[in-house]
Design a protein around this ligand. Structure first.
Ligand code: GDP
Length: 348
């Protein structure tokens, strides 16, 4: 069979939702070969149907346990669920360790659930690009919900959550310091906060910390109900009362769960649905959706440019690195020189 015919067959399999074809397509994700681009091009028109749910938060907060429960709940609704587990911290595990780590193994035998782990590779194209491609494959294969779970809240991981329609940030009691440490990045990505381990002491305090953080973060200020006029706690209470879609904006709700017992999971799903509707039905929502496309396209463009530059420049890149290391050249001039030479070649 020719390479083209093989790709075509693979595309058919993916679009028919065949798990084996999906698994094979996934294996192509990292090699960035021509055949994979061809596959992505062929399936893209069939994407856009899946609801992509990002789950992030500090390690140990209970993300995997919650994801396991979410899978269960969505399966009970008859939905097929894809899971992309992202672990940028273990470049050498190839995802295997993460695969063992995740508490979802009981779903491995279910054809309606597909779990794929992703770890950083040294290769071109970042983690978020690979995650984006994997999401498209699952989407085209007819998975109704794609959950993207990250191990922690590093920069790469926050980047990945931007691919999601809705991002859930999971916290646990006693992690107040973490909230401070990651506040800026998290406020930007969080559409929904979950305080898990609500069976533990300190859950109320964590709820309050989050409320304060949301209020101080200016989410309410943008609505004209900022903390300055009413004092912090009043603004925090307002954040809670007015959470969800309100006045054309989205104020992240804070929910409690006990993931080990499955408590509060239905409310999380309900809030996710509300957020999804907000994205589809409001102006602010369509602006956010447009941002996702822009973000993705710029990523693909960056990758494609870099890939092409590598192909054309070959060893010149290595030579430039050596020159920079020996301080014969600075990185800025070297980059400008190379970009210049790549584009000149194109214009000829
Ligand atoms: P992750 O690192 O965020 O994915 O966290 P895990 O899902 O691996 O959970 C970390 C630990 O917390 C595990 O031992 C879980 O059994 C436990 N855990 C998860 N959810 C809850 C909960 O609601 N209550 C309690 N008490 N423990 C939980």
């Amino acid at each position: 069979m020719s390479a083209d015919a093989r790709t075509e067959k693979l595309v058919e399999g993916v679009l028919a939702g065949e798990v084996r074809a999906v698994a094979r397509a996934m294996r192509l994700v990292d090699d960035r070969e021509r055949s994979f681009h061809d596959l992505l091009k062929a399936i893209y028109p069939k994407t856009g149907r899946a609801y992509v749910l990002g789950v992030t938060g500090t390690p140990g907060a209970g993300k995997s346990t919650l994801v396991d429960r979410l899978i269960e709940a969505y399966r009970a609704q008859g939905k097929r669920v894809g899971v992309v587990a992202v672990d940028p911290t273990s470049p050498y595990s190839g995802g295997a360790i993460l695969g063992d780590r995740i508490r979802m193994q009981r779903h491995f035998l279910d054809d309606g659930v597909f779990i794929r782990s992703l770890a950083t590779r040294g290769a071109l194209g970042g983690l978020s690009r690979s995650a984006g491609d994997v999401i498209h494959v699952l989407d085209a294969a007819g998975f109704d919900v794609v959950i993207v779970e990250t191990v922690g809240v590093g920069q790469d991981e926050l980047e990945v959550t931007r691919l999601a329609h809705t991002t859930v940030v999971v916290m646990a009691p006693g992690m107040g310091d973490d909230i401070q440490a990651i506040k800026a990045g998290i406020l930007e990505v969080a559409d929904l906060f979950v305080v898990n381990k609500a069976d533990r002491e300190g859950a109320d305090a964590t709820m309050r910390d989050l409320e304060q953080m949301i209020a101080l973060g200016g989410v309410l200020e943008k609505q004209g109900a900022g903390p300055t006029a009413r004092g912090h706690s009043a603004a925090a209470a307002a954040a809670r009362a007015g959470s969800g879609a309100s006045g054309g904006r989205w104020v992240p709700p804070i929910l409690r769960t006990v993931a080990v017992k499955g408590e509060g999971v239905d409310a999380v799903i309900e809030a996710c649905e509300q957020h999804h509707r907000f994205l589809l039905e409001t102006e602010e929502g369509s602006r956010k959706r447009a941002q996702r496309f822009e973000q993705e396209f710029l990523g693909v463009l960056r990758d494609t440019l870099l890939h092409e530059a590598e192909r054309r420049l070959g060893t010149a890149i290595r030579e430039a690195v050596d020159a920079i290391a020996e301080r014969r050249e600075d990185p800025y001039s070297a980059a400008e020189r190379m970009v210049g030479s790549v584009f000149e070649e194109t214009e000829e």
